[in-house]
Ligand binder design. Structure first.
Ligand SMILES: O=C[C@H](O)COP(=O)(O)O
Length: 272
């Protein structure tokens, strides 16, 4: 188990304190979670900037079966959709680094650009291990490329920690995640019955997260039962990514993707 880092060295993230950064593009990129090929094609055609493979029936970070993931990536490319694909590896905790690595490798080998890994409270040490894993996998990719060999993890570009913030985000976890050169960090919720991230966390905490992540050059993403009517408030944080599932489904997030809802969201976000 990961022992929590000592208390006292991690002040609460309750106020914007990090360095100010240049404002990002006014329209955040839209990440849409999909469970199969049909939904992936709908999301791509509907203007999602990132296609996020996730099986909502098996948890907040439920993994899509590998065969489905491979098929989904192939179908997107065959249809001419170039959007990056992210995929989750399933709900943690991922205390066993060997098991984590095996899941990451298997997921990356399906042809995705990003592999998302959830980190709950007390997972600061796991985030350090995740950073080391990313460095090792990137070195493998680079070495193969320099030797003129096929990259072992195909199109994989990096790991994206998803910091589960139902009960808040402490700066220990955030600091651990900021040190490793992840391409993006996301805040999300594990319990989807508890309302949206925006309603559950103070605006100052979300703002502090976005600023701290962007100050490292990474993309900052927000997700967690976000709603269309929250877009005006969400835009004010200047996040690079906004992630949606429930709001673009016909019932709850375990239902089917509803293209008309995605169209409305895309239109409300403004030009991609
Ligand atoms: O990564 C984004 C999530 O899948 C968002 O799902 P949700 O909107 O149902 O919380």
């Amino acid at each position: 188990m990961n022992a929590p880092l000592p208390r006292g060295v991690c002040p609460p993230l309750d106020a914007p304190g990090g360095p100010r950064v240049a404002p990002r593009p006014s329209a955040p990129r839209l990440l849409v979670s999909v469970r199969d090929t049909a939904e992936a094609l709908q999301a791509a055609a509907g203007g999602a900037a990132i296609i996020d493979a996730k099986e909502p029936a098996t948890g907040a970070l439920g993994a899509v079966p590998e065969a489905v993931l491979r098929q989904l990536v192939t179908a997107l490319r065959a249809a001419g959709h170039g959007q990056p694909v992210s995929a989750t590896i399933g709900d943690g905790p991922w205390d066993d680094v060997a098991a984590l690595e095996a899941r990451v490798r298997a997921t990356a080998a399906c042809g995705v650009q990003w592999v998302k890994v959830g980190a709950g409270p007390g997972d600061a040490r796991s985030l350090v291990a995740l950073g080391r894993l990313q460095a090792r996998l990137r070195a493998e990719q680079d070495a193969a490329e320099s030797a003129g060999q096929p990259r072992p993890l195909l199109a994989w570009r990096g790991l994206v920690p998803v910091l589960l913030a139902d009960a808040g985000l402490d700066s220990c976890r955030l600091n651990a995640a900021l040190r490793s050169g992840f391409p993006a960090l996301m805040l999300d919720t594990a319990d989807k019955r508890g309302g949206s991230l925006l309603a559950r966390r103070p605006a100052a905490e979300l703002q502090a997260f976005v600023q701290a992540v962007q100050a490292t050059g990474a993309w900052a993403g927000l997700a967690g039962s976000l709603r269309l009517d929250e877009l005006p408030a969400l835009r004010r944080f200047g996040a690079d990514l906004l992630g949606f599932r429930g709001a673009v489904c016909d019932s709850d997030r375990a239902g089917r993707l509803a293209p008309e809802r995605l169209t409305a969201l895309r239109a409300a976000l403004g030009p991609a």
